[in-house]
Design a protein around this ligand. Structure first.
Ligand SMILES: Cc1ncc(COP(=O)(O)O)c(C=O)c1O
Length: 448
């Protein structure tokens, strides 16, 4: 009884130095005034909640629960939002500005959360068939009576690539074109010197941001009787692909880049005639057996093994969004982000890889000024939740990449560029040299 009386006195009536010589009751009133101020400012919705926690050994914990409405969040500018989050001790929202994995939209996340289906259920088959139908315009399959088949494999983009190379590519020699800037003369010469079964090339070279001339290479390959295999892993959904028009025989894509879904599904697009021609080829791998995947798709609208169902759901939901928005409109959104970024970089006197009409809109490769390391830059970005990637291979330490794909919000790119400007100011105000960009040829030079 005495203890209870003491506790009440301590928790309600006694002033505490930690509360500015106020009693807990007075402090709670002050708190609710703060909350109502926040409510008037439009920062809080619902019931303000002040709670004096009297549990434990007389320790007092006072919480102000602020529910910030999403409309207010989106109206807030980046820095004011991150300030608000810092005040309330929250980490800023993660913003993935790398060329995959990418941010998911609210609708995609909702679909993943709300869908629980088994991979042998008809609902899953329907989801696969709808995904196939929605993918067709994205890869340039326009004709009613399509000459292509589409199937899926659970795995990253590499699983899709290896499925093709270990099945169709295993039949005869493959010419892999992997150059900084494809020299069509050299390709023609190589094709004349040797009889290739398959010519493989990447549509968008993700590490440099360059688009390759697929149609021209396909023409040369077909002239010599070779099939054409295109890796469109980072371009599908973001760049124009004209499979039928270009005469590509095989194409692979992935879910977690330009298609704005979770990573983990490989997309296989193969000409029917190629599938028929190679149907008796003995597989080199059980899991990566191309024909087993297409057989299951054709006969059951299923995958042979247990697929990453949730990733398929995310892909389906994202394809629905892209279809609703329009294929071209969706690409334009990505292009706009890239163009905005490049305009701002020019204003900051920073250089980026520019291959004129062959520059992709998936990613911008920015030359690191000599006075800034990628580690310093990445650390500064990370304080605002922003993730950017460093150049790979010969571009390591020379460039960093700003990605434009995924469900980025309108202000994400702007905030990242503002942060970049801040970093530049901070580093140049210190003892560093002024921001003189590296020579314009630096990226081409590093790649050559
Ligand atoms: C063009 C291209 N091909 C293949 C890959 C490999 O894909 P993954 O890392 O999903 O296996 C990537 C990865 O970024 C890529 O950009």
């Amino acid at each position: 009884m005495i203890v209870e009386a003491w506790r009440t006195q301590y928790n309600i009536y006694r002033p505490h130095s930690s509360l500015g010589r106020r009693t807990p009751a007075e402090y709670a009133k002050l708190g609710s005034a703060t909350t109502s101020t926040l409510m008037r400012a439009g920062l809080a919705t619902g019931d303000p909640s002040m709670k004096a926690d009297t549990s434990g050994e007389g320790n007092i914990q006072i919480y102000t629960v602020v529910v910030v409405s999403s409309s207010v969040i989106s109206a807030l500018k980046g820095p004011s939002l991150s300030y608000l989050l810092k005040v309330f001790g929250k980490k800023p929202r993660a913003v993935l500005l790398c060329p995959g994995p990418v941010l998911l939209s609210r609708q995609v996340k909702r679909a993943v959360n709300n869908t629980a289906i088994g991979h042998r259920e008809s609902a899953f088959s329907a989801l696969l068939l709808e995904s196939v139908a929605m993918l067709k315009p994205l890869v340039g399959i326009e004709s009613e009576e399509s000459t292509y088949e589409i199937a899926f494999i659970t795995g990253s983009g590499t699983a899709a690539n290896e499925t093709i190379l270990s099945s169709i590519g295993a039949v005869g020699p493959t010419l892999v074109i992997w150059q900084e800037q494809i020299d069509l003369g050299k390709v023609e010469e190589a094709l004349r010197r040797k009889c290739y079964q398959l010519v493989a090339l990447v549509h968008h070279e993700t590490s440099s941001g360059m688009m390759n001339p697929v149609a021209e290479v396909a023409q040369l390959a077909h002239r010599q009787g070779a099939l054409v295999f295109v890796d469109a892993i980072s371009s599908i959904g973001a760049e124009v692909i004209c499979l039928e028009q270009w005469g590509v025989d095989v194409l692979v894509g992935a879910s977690g880049k330009g298609l704005s879904a979770m990573p983990g599904v490989g997309i296989l697009v193969v000409k029917k005639s190629v599938l028929e021609r190679h149907s008796s080829t003995s597989p080199r791998s059980h899991y990566l057996d191309l024909h087993r995947h297409f057989r299951f798709m054709q006969e059951h609208a299923q995958t042979p093994n247990t697929p990453a169902v949730q990733v398929f759901v995310s892909l389906h939901a994202s394809l629905k969004e892209i279809t609703k928005r329009g294929t071209e409109r969706s690409r334009q959104v990505i292009r706009d982000r890239a163009e905005f970024t490049r305009r701002q970089l020019t204003r900051m006197n920073l250089q980026y890889a520019d291959y004129e009409s062959n520059t992709s809109s998936v990613v911008t490769c920015v030359t690191l000024p000599s006075w800034l390391t990628f580690e310093d830059l990445a650390r500064e970005f990370k304080t605002e939740g922003i993730v950017v990637y460093e150049g790979k291979g010969v571009l390591k330490g020379k460039i960093f990449q700003i990605g434009h794909i995924g469900a980025l919000r309108k202000h994400d790119t702007r905030d990242a560029l503002r942060q970049l400007r801040k970093v530049m100011r901070r580093f140049t105000e210190a003892e560093h040299e002024p921001p003189i960009p590296a020579p314009s040829e630096s990226i081409a030079h590093a790649l050559s």
